[in-house]
Structures are given as C-alpha cells and as structure tokens.
Ligand binder design. Structure first.
Ligand code: G6P
Length: 610
C-alpha cells in the first residue's frame, strides 16, 4: 500500500529517495512522486505508474536541481483515481508546505469546505491535499505548530512527512494508525513507512507510536506527542539485513520466499524446541503461561492468508490444547459488538503487524477486556507493540505480495503455542516428544517437496488456460485448500474457489464441467477415505484431478490425473508440507500467463487502510 520515504541530511536527496521508493515497490502502488526543497522552493514531480516512469521523467524532461531535504511517496489510490494530480507529494495552494501521507483523513469533506470558504483552491480529489492545505493555512513560521493544529482538526489515520519552503533544514513527521520509522544516520535521517527503505543506510531506528511526532533537522531531532508533550524515544536495531530483501539469483521474490521456507522454518524453530528436556520454549509468552492454561476461549483475528493460518490454528488449539477457539475476519469482528467473557485470549495474526483491520480488531478485543497475544513477523510493528505478549515468526522479511513463508511460520508458531499450553494441561510427554521430533524434520521434508517444482510447472502448463479452478480439502487441510485458491487468484487472476471437500455437493458441484481442474489435498489421515469419495464425485462429472498425496500412496495414482507427493508426517502438521505444491502451482501459473508475480494488480502487501 502507500509508501513514504523522506530524507534530511547533507547528501543529494533525489537518488536516495528514489532508491528508497524502489525498496517499497513490493507493497503495491499505482503512482509515485517526489519533492525536494531547492533554494527555498518546493519542487514537485509526479507520475502515474511505476517508479521507473517517474525516474525516466526526472532523467529526461523534468530534471530536479539538488536538494538536501526531500520526500517521496508511492500512492495506492483511495480518494480519487490514480492520476498525476492525485499523486503525492501535495502542497498547499501557495506552495509554502509540501506533505506526503499514508492513511485516510475521514473528515476531509468538511475540512475542504472550510478551506474553500477561506478562499483556498484545490487541484486534486484527494483527502491528502486537504491536510496539506490545512497545514499551509495554519503555517506562520512554526511548522511543528502548524502540523499540530492541522492534526487536531483531522480525524482518521495518517503517517505524514511535511516540509516548508522557507525552512530548508526541517522535516516534521507524525503518525496515527499508519507506521513511520525514523532511521538515524550520521548527520542524516531517513524516515520511511517500512524499514526496507532504511536498512541500506542505517540499522538504527526509532519507531513512532500513535499520536507522536518528530521535528528533524540534520543536526538532531525532537520527539513529542501531537499535543506537544515531549517524549523520549529509544533507538533500536532493525533485525534484518539488505541481502534478505534482495532477489539474489531468483527471478521473483515469491519464488525466492517459497524456496527459503526450509531455512525460514529452521529460524522460526531455533531456540524454541528443547529436545533434551522435552519442552517448548517461548520467551515472549513465558509470563503469560498461567492465563493461557486457564483460558476459556481463544479468538483469533486476522485477514487474508493470516486468516487461513488462523483456521489451522483453530484446529491445533482445539485438538492439542483443548481450548474452544474461533477465527474471525478482523474486518467483521471490529464492527460486530463482540462478546468477550472472562478468560478470553485474543490472538492477532499478521505478517506485517500493520494491517488496519487486524489492529482495530485487536484494540476492540482489548477494550472489552481480552488478554492479547500477537503472532507477527515484522519486529517492532504496531500490532507487536500493542499486544500484551507475543511470538515472532522470525522467517525474515517477506517481500512477495502473495504471502508464502509467513503462512508456514504462522502455522509453526500456532503449533508451538498449542503444545506449550497442551503440555501444561493434558498432553503426555511422549506425545509432546512426538511433535517435537516431527517439527525438527519439517525443514528437510519441505526441501523434498520443493524438488518437484519442475513437474508442478509441467502439469500447470496443461491447465493454465482454464479460467475456473476448485481447491478442496478436509480437516486441517481444508484451510490449505482455501490458501491454494487464494494464491492462484492473487497472482494469476484465475478464478478459483477453495472449499471443504464435503461442502461441494451442497452447491459448487454444479460448476464442474468437462476438463475443469480440481486440486485435492488428499494426504493420508483421518478423512482420507471420505476424500477419495469426493474425488470420485468430481471425476464422474468430467473434472480433472490434481492431487497432493502422501509418498507411497500408489492407489491415488489410479484415481487422480496428476499427483504431487509430500512425505509422511503426523496429521496436524500436514499443512506445512501440503501448502508447498499449491504455492508453486500458483507461481508457475502466473508466470505462464505472463503476470507480474511480485506486483499483482490491485493488491497491496500491507493494507493499512480500512
Ligand atoms: C493483504 C495481503 C495478503 C495478506 C493480508 C494480511 O491483503 O495482500 O497477502 O495475507 O493483507 O496481511 P498481514 O500483514 O496482516 O498478514
């Protein structure tokens, strides 16, 4: 979604800002822009489309003179179409201030009316221009004060950076509900909405909290609340390095991240399995063990892929820890007047830790008295900081918009959480040991599944022209079917439905026509026989069967048209292996159809608006 990069220092800002924007490209956007202060003038250049379009314009037709302070933005359209005049940065009508903004100003309409009545004229349809105009309206030489006055009038969410033409050394940044990180270099600061734009320059960062702002000059910075109460902020170290966010030898981040999974899961498990003592070690929730053991209900809230992981979590927490668990779409939960009883634990699952709906659902649950827990990948993200306790995924930065390694990391963490509670309740040491041993084998088993990438590509080639697919599974593999369908939709734009296999006969079976591909997660387990029955139902109607099955299952070869195999593993852990062929299937389908795998249309990596 929208991205912000801003620079205050001694270097020429332009190339640094453009490089920063490219690091944020993965988040999804439709236009981009840049502004530098040169000779007390705010010079803005904007373009629709990729950052390369903006860059080409800057090189050829629209050169910018040097400036040592500047800001840049990638916009994902909300208010107003993706056009040049709606792109950020925005200025006030007298060009005294410029501003970039992530988030949504909800009361932009009355504010715009107020400003129009004061004689201001607007050139875009955006809520952001209203905020820029408001800062300009209040600006009388003290930029921080003008920003505070404007933000006191604004309702909604924002991460903003603001500069003034007549203050070529000062940048003011502020946040409410949309992340902002200040990278601290030597005599320079790089502000960004995502650490990926910062790590090339410094790993020392400050995370602004909601309702906080900073006034930054090359010589230093001050932090305060938006109500002007000074706050002291700690400088912390970002966890990841530049190599982790670069492609290496892979053609796409998605493929890199699929193949990284064995290693990512090793990292996720590192230090958490004590095989000698036979226990699960989870430092982040150690202080909460009592509450977890006594929990009467767990509510998981999440969106997208994380929601699918939540469904697997429901299975694991009920099966292993014996705690009634429900999984909620965060966007629904937040508006539903949910009932939170004593002993409820709210678990927010999110790769980014910034998804607006998940954050709002978490706050709702906390306000109603739930104890909160986060299962998050991005260290220091908003949700991670707002939960009472949490478990990080530690799978490294995920750049591909279609989530892959974070999904497996989420399942592993849910398994660890369920085992942590289960052993303190009913689970025997012998059963726990069985799980611990199975978990240690996962990375190597994943490797074996990934070796089938080429044969998956060949099979996909036969079906890639089909516009409708089904993905079916049962039990713990039903959410895997949902995830397989979502992956295919997201990056290849093929229509796919994921379903619990038994539900098919209640409606979707009507869709099946000759040659329609139906992907079954058909591994051996408690519902294997029933699933074979579901396969026959599709076959009888002319559907083509692509199965994910257990190694050594010869019978499935007779039933299915194509089979991908995964090694044998205890049933609750099967999703960690069965999802891999589906990720590869979606990837190869998208490449075969010429789609932009890492930048799928209309999607954003981290959805920070409602
Ligand atoms: C977006 C992404 C999905 C992701 C979802 C939740 O919609 O496109 O891939 O699953 O957000 O993201 P989160 O960061 O909360 O896991």
């Amino acid at each position: 979604m929208c991205g912000i990069v801003a620079y205050v220092g001694r270097k020429n800002a332009q190339s640094l800002l453009l490089e920063g924007l490219k690091r944020l490209e993965y988040r999804g956007y439709d236009s981009a822009g840049i502004c530098v202060n040169h000779d007390h003038q705010l010079l803005v250049r904007r373009a629709v489309g990729r950052i390369s379009v903006l860059e080409a314009a800057l090189e050829n037709v629209d050169r910018l003179p040097a400036g040592h302070i500047g800001m840049a933005h990638t916009r994902w359209a909300t208010h107003g179409a993706p056009t040049e005049c709606n792109a950020h940065p925005h200025t006030d009508d007298k060009r005294r201030v410029a501003l970039v903004h992530n988030g949504i100003i909800e009361n932009y309409a009355p504010l715009k009316k107020f400003l129009q009545e004061k004689g201001h004229t607007f050139s875009s349809q955006t809520d952001t221009e209203v905020l820029a105009m408001l800062v300009g309206h209040f600006y009388k030489g003290d930029l921080a004060k003008a920003v505070q006055e404007a933000l006191n009038e604004a309702r909604g969410t924002y991460g903003i950076a603001v500069m003034a033409a007549d203050q070529p050394e000062t940048m003011v940044v502020a946040r409410r509900g949309s992340p902002l990180i200040i990278g601290v270099g030597k005599d320079e600061y790089i502000v960004a909405s995502d650490a990926a734009a910062i790590v090339e320059h410094t790993t020392q960062v400050i995370y602004l909290n909601d309702n906080e702002m900073a006034v930054i000059t090359p010589g230093g910075f001050k932090t305060m609340t938006i109500d002007d109460v000074p706050v002291n902020k700690e400088v912390t170290e970002v966890e990841f390095s530049l190599e982790q966010i670069e492609l290496g030898n892979y053609p796409h981040f998605m493929l890199k991240e699929i193949f990284e999974q064995p290693h990512a899961i090793e990292n996720c498990l590192a230090g958490r399995l004590d095989l000698q003592e036979g226990r699960v070690v989870l430092g982040g929730i150690a202080n909460m063990a009592r509450e977890l053991v006594r929990a009467r209900r767990i509510i998981i809230t999440a969106c997208g892929t994380a929601w699918h992981a939540g469904l697997i979590g429901e299975f694991l927490l009920e099966e292993l820890a014996k705690i009634p668990t429900e999984v909620e779409y965060a966007s629904e939960f937040r508006y539903r007047n949910p009932i939170i009883e004593d002993g409820t634990i709210a678990v927010a699952i999110s790769q980014s830790g910034e998804t607006a709906d998940t954050l709002a659902a978490l706050r709702e649950a906390k306000d109603r008295g739930a104890i909160s827990l986060g299962i998050i990948n991005v260290v220091g993200s908003t949700i991670a900081r707002e939960t009472d306790a949490g478990i990080y995924l530690h799978v490294g930065p995920e750049i591909g918009v279609a989530s892959t390694k974070a999904f497996c990391g989420q399942i592993v963490v849910e398994t660890l959480l369920a085992l942590f509670i289960a052993r303190r309740k009913y689970m025997s040491q012998a059963v726990l040991n069985e799980f611990l041993n199975a978990l240690t084998r996962i990375p190597q088993q994943m490797q074996r599944v990934l070796e089938q990438s080429d044969s998956i590509k060949n099979v996909v080639g036969k079906f890639v022209h089909r516009e409708n697919w089904l993905f079916l599974g049962r039990g713990v593999n039903y959410p895997v079917a949902l995830e397989g369908a979502l992956k295919l939709k997201e990056i290849s734009y093929i229509h796919a439905e994921g379903l619990p296999a038994a539900e098919m006969k209640h409606g979707p079976i009507a869709l099946i026509s000759a040659g329609m591909p139906a992907v079954f997660v058909a591994t051996r387990g408690s519902q294997y026989e029933k699933l074979l029955g579901n396969i026959q139902e599709v076959k009888a109607r002319g559907g083509k069967i692509i199965a994910v099955a257990t190694e050594g299952d010869d019978h499935i070869r007779d039933v299915a048209d194509h089979v991908f195999f995964v090694p044998e593993i205890i049933e609750p852990l099967q999703p960690l292996l069965t999802v891999l062929p589906l990720q590869l299937l979606a990837y190869h389908a998208a490449v075969a159809r010429g789609c932009n795998v890492d930048k799928p249309r209309n999607l954003a990596k981290s959805v920070t608006v409602e």
